[in-house]
Design a protein around this ligand. Structure first.
Ligand code: PRP
Ligand code: URA
Length: 223
């Protein structure tokens, strides 16, 4: 794993492991934490992931006049951007991208992992017509076996998006998932806040977080 500023083959961009990030991970990994704390802490991590992912996209020079009569030699995004959450858990990442870029187009890909086989099933996608001319932030907080990510990437490739124009943004990644995705798409950039130890026998990450979607949306409550 490397932490690099420039895109590289098979790069995993791991967020700096600060004490603040570790404290946020302590909240979301605690099985007893209340949902409002889980949502708030995961949102703060996702915001950091989004800012890091946006830094990987192309920029171009853009000068602006400052109020005291100088020119600031600035930068702006060189291409249009699009966010694509994998429904459902990926939708937890949409508000953080929208908070940074309120007008950003958002596509959707609905993929569900079969509860028994753990294999992904694609149900639906709705993507901007010009997505092949955009930089795409593909968002899913969990990269476990990599099956879902690979299926989502296939949808984007089918719409003409190059792997070099995609960044996969995820909160937790398993080494197995990273290896599976990079075996097929060695150039894919992955931004994550943690690389887990491994998958367990149920294809959940350990130490992990459990089922992110259930915990975030409250569908783990049985009564
Ligand atoms: C979870 C998660 C990923 C996928 C990762 O989704 O949000 O999409 O599993 O697992 P994989 O890398 O082994 O494919 P799930 O299908 O459980 O649906 P959810 O988003 O409704 O929670
Ligand atoms: N999906 C989750 O929500 N968590 C995991 O650990 C693996 C897949």
């Amino acid at each position: 794993m490397t932490m690099t500023a420039a895109p590289a083959l098979g790069t995993v961009h791991l967020l700096p492991q600060t004490r603040q990030l570790r404290a946020l991970h302590t909240i979301i990994r605690d099985r007893h934490v209340a949902r409002e704390q889980f949502v708030a802490a995961s949102g703060r991590i996702i915001r950091q992931l989004m800012e890091t992912a946006l830094d990987l996209l192309p920029y171009e020079p853009w000068d602006v006049p400052t109020p005291v009569g100088r020119t600031y030699p600035g930068l702006r995004h060189a291409s249009a951007i699009c966010g694509v959450p994998v429904v459902r858990a990926g939708e937890s990442m949409e508000p953080e991208l929208r908070a940074i870029m309120p007008g950003v187009p958002i596509g959707k890909i609905l993929i569900q992992r079969d509860k028994v086989t753990k294999l992904p099933r694609l149900y639906y996608s709705a993507l901007p017509a010009d997505i092949d001319r955009r930089q795409v932030l593909l968002m899913d907080p969990m990269l476990a076996t990599g099956g879902t990510a690979l299926a989502a990437i296939e949808v984007l490739l089918g719409r003409g998006v190059e792997v070099d124009d995609m960044v996969f943004v995820t909160l937790l990644a398993a080494p197995e998932g990273i290896a599976a995705v990079h075996a097929r798409h060695p150039g894919l950039r992955i931004v994550t806040s943690a690389v887990e130890e491994r998958l367990n026998e149920n294809a959940y990450m350990v130490p992990g977080i459990g089922d992110f979607g259930d915990r975030y949306f409250g569908t783990d409550i049985t009564r």
